[in-house]
Design a protein around this ligand. Sequence first.
Ligand code: DQA
Length: 147
Amino acid sequence: MADDLPLVLVLNGPNLNLLGTREPEIYGHETLDDIAEALEDRAAELGLRIDLRQSNHEGHLIDWLHEAQSRNAKAVILNAAGLTHTSVTLHDAIKAIRVPVVEVHLSNPHARETFRHKSFVSPVARGVIVGFGARGYMLALDAAATF
Ligand code: DQA
């Protein structure tokens, strides 16, 4: 049964609902639905199931990190978007759970404005994948399969 397969939550933060039309020269032309579809296919090959969500609200992301723990998820793939650079509470939530978190960014924040160089997620992430566009999510899923 698909429901028995190890679960990977794919959590996306503010403004990522606009992928495809939002600054495509930076974030590419793929929408979050395109990414979800590609991840579903890859997850099926890897014997995993994914649950992809997006919210513009910090508290939702925190609740979902807690949920990852209570559902005994295998991993969380997290693109916290702008909250990456500001959120102590996301940092704390990741620290509070045992589920490994893979931090993903479509762009390479280190090659952009200095305010994007700081990540509150990186110090508590299992690993970090940046700068490979939508493909970064697939790389993160391949990594999660090995956990
Ligand atoms: C982002 C990078 C962040 O700096 C930015 O605020 C985003 C998207 C990325 O995927 O490249 O919203 O997380």
